[in-house]
Design a protein around this ligand. Structure first.
Ligand code: ITT
Length: 224
């Protein structure tokens, strides 16, 4: 059995990751390590922030899993890119509403959604295209004296898996499932938001699901 420590404080993300990446996994998250260091997400790209989360938590966790085989740190950096806003909120999706008030940390989902709707109030339906993006960073937890436990993870010891999900932004929030911008986002080929469609559909077509399928292919392929 492999162990995956998910480097997130977002319980919705964790839940989606666990239900998509099925199989024999012992799951841990930052909730199991309240003493873990704060991660400053100041990289300009999803990949940069995902790498920072994975590397920070891998350094923190090294030594904690000394005799455990196949232990990984998994980080997810994700967000919404809106074409009419030149790709905003992008890497700042979680903090979008707080940028106006110079407040530190993530803003409540409702405030982020309200800001997005306000900025988009003059755009027609045809101009409301957007996509969710997800970059997963997988780091090995093996210390250098314990190399045999890794599935052939060569330098640099972080692997990336990406996924996007195209769609459009509604004029008002619809539905109550999911999190973040789900009530405003209608995936391509559907007429309802992710928050209306619910987990079983979202977890089949989301940005996170696509990235996780690539990760799953890597985890399950033979590693001689
Ligand atoms: P961690 O860094 O602790 O993992 P976070 O919520 O701060 O949690 P990010 O920095 O990656 O995570 O920001 C992601 C934000 O993008 C998230 O808070 C939502 O606002 C938005 N987002 C990402 N994936 C989403 C999804 O599947 N549905 C809705 N909104 C999503």
């Amino acid at each position: 059995m492999i162990t995956i420590l998910v480097a997130t404080k977002n319980s919705h993300k964790l839940q989606e990751i666990q239900s998509i990446l099925q199989g024999s996994v012992r799951w841990l998250s930052l909730r199991d390590f309240p003493e873990a260091p704060e991660i400053v997400e100041d990289a300009p790209t999803f990949q940069g922030n995902a790498a920072k989360k994975a590397a920070t938590i891998a350094a923190f966790a090294s030594g904690k899993f000394e005799s455990v085989e196949d232990t990984y740190i998994l980080a997810d950096d994700s967000g919404l890119e809106v074409d009419a806003l030149n790709g905003d909120p992008g890497v700042l999706s979680a903090r979008f509403a707080h940028l106006d008030t110079n407040t530190f940390g993530n803003a409540p989902d409702a405030a982020n959604n309200a800001k997005l709707l306000r900025l988009m109030r003059n755009f027609d339906p045809s101009e409301r295209t957007a996509r969710f993006c997800c970059v997963l960073a997988l780091a090995s937890c093996a210390s250098s004296k314990n190399q045999r436990v890794t599935r052939k993870m060569e330098e640099p010891k972080i692997l990336f898996f990406s996924g996007t999900c195209e769609g459009r932004i509604l004029q008002s929030p619809q539905g109550s499932e999911g999190f973040g911008y789900d009530p405003l986002f209608v995936p391509e080929g559907y007429e309802q938001s992710f928050a209306q469609l619910g987990d079983s559909i979202k977890n089949r077509l989301s940005h996170r699901a696509k990235a996780l399928h690539l990760l799953n292919a890597w985890l399950t392929k033979p590693h001689p």
